[in-house]
Design a protein around this ligand. Structure first.
Ligand SMILES: Nc1ncnc2c1ncn2[C@@H]1O[C@H](COP(=O)(O)OP(=O)(O)OP(=O)(O)O)[C@@H](O)[C@H]1O
Ligand SMILES: [Mg+2]
Length: 357
């Protein structure tokens, strides 16, 4: 159990600045996620913490102690990888015991700790099985047991669920969370799956080409994204360019094409005349039935109905507005009737963002 301080860490491979001077503070006992698209530097940063990738610049501390200068085996981290890396030629118990043997723990202690770790991942009694006798989810739990049996200060997980099928992935999310809470351990978790990040994390750092774009709690990342990149990467959204035309307190009106869209500024410093990007999530948009008025205070857009995608509980559909922009919408009931539709925008859910760099 410990806090992690990453202080201006940087690493370059050839011409690629994989990690471009990142600073992050992970709290003691926190579940902290690095989220971002492929190649943004998540694994490199995690490997820096684990000790498998030397830093070009910067420092990493566990608590008050600098650790980036220590070899990997002296950092007391447990690591779980994407491809579960369970040794196929060792029984489950021996797999879990591996790290303890390397640390010269006595036989009796090893047996006790292996069984306790297996119990924690709900595989009590599986020690004498062979890996080929286990399912994917069970194998991944063996990998977690092997990482936690050494009682690490920090648990590092790099896309540990990406080899599992969709249902198991969802089950394992709460399983990992449960284990983390039981142990009260600090977790640094890597994923490119935004739903996984939102559902599991205390805080998320959204990464983009080697830097952190935003670091905040899941709800803030989703509802108050700091940039258009974050709004677009986390969840579905519609990004529209416009110009601020009026501002009253925190409420602004943004002209998009010929339409005025009202928005709560969400604290963004949006000045009149400034170019901005609006983020309209599907849940900020609602179809207005013909003959009905939009909710008071909501702006409206007119368009034509495009493709409809039935998703079971929800229907996703598109509306093409006057300037040709296609908006993504969602509703519980499939849209019916006219090709011509009116969309209302909830001003409390419209987010005003700076124009993308
Ligand atoms: N050992 C290496 N040698 C050269 N380039 C590397 C090396 N490791 C990583 N890179 C490059 O650094 C960048 C970041 O890679 P990294 O593996 O950290 O990304 P990632 O965010 O984990 O991506 P993914 O989601 O695909 O796993 C990429 O451009 C990658 O090609
Ligand atoms: Mg990676």
């Amino acid at each position: 159990m410990t806090s992690i301080t990453i202080d201006k860490a940087a690493r370059t491979f050839g011409s690629v600045r994989a990690v471009d001077g990142i600073s992050l503070d992970v709290r003691d006992g926190e579940f902290f996620t690095l989220l971002g698209p492929s190649g943004c530097g998540k694994t490199t940063l995690l490997r820096m913490v684990a000790g498998f990738c030397p830093l070009d610049e910067g420092r990493i501390l566990f608590g008050d102690a600098r650790i980036d200068t220590l070899p990997a085996h002296k950092r007391n981290t447990g690591m779980v990888f994407q491809n579960y890396a369970v040794f196929p030629n060792m029984k489950v118990g021996d797999n879990v015991a591996y790290g303890l043997r390397a640390r010269n723990v006595s036989k009796a202690d090893t047996e006790r700790r292996v069984e306790a770790a297996l119990k924690l991942v709900q595989l009590g009694g599986y020690g004498t099985r062979w890996p080929y006798q286990l399912s994917g989810g069970q194998l991944q739990r063996v990998a977690i047991a092997r990482a936690i049996v050494i009682e690490p200060h920090v648990l590092l997980l790099d896309e540990p669920l990406s080899n599992l099928d969709a249902k198991l992935r969802v089950e394992m999310r709460s399983e990992i969370r449960r284990i983390q809470k039981m142990l009260g351990i600090t977790v640094l978790y890597v994923t490119h799956d935004q739903e996984e990040a939102l559902s599991m994390s205390d805080r998320i750092a959204v990464m983009r080409s080697g830097h952190v774009e935003q670091c905040a709690e899941p709800k803030v990342i989703y509802e108050q994204p700091a940039t258009a990149f974050v709004a677009n990467f986390v969840g579905t959204t519609n990004l529209l360019k416009g110009t601020v035309v009026t501002r009253t307190g925190n409420d602004v009106e943004v002209k998009v094409g010929t339409t005025g869209i009202k928005a709560d500024a969400h604290g963004a410093a949006a000045a009149v005349g400034q170019g901005v990007v609006l983020s309209l999530r599907p849940e900020a948009l609602r179809l207005v039935a013909s003959g009905e008025a939009p909710p008071p205070g909501w702006s409206t857009l007119v368009g034509t109905l495009g493709e409809t995608e039935y998703l079971g509980a929800l229907t996703r559909f598109q509306v093409k507005v006057a300037d040709g922009t296609v908006l993504q919408l969602m509703s519980l009931v499939p849209p019916q009737g006219d090709a011509q539709v009116t969309i209302a925008c909830d001003p409390s859910r419209v987010v005003v963002l700076p124009e993308d760099a």
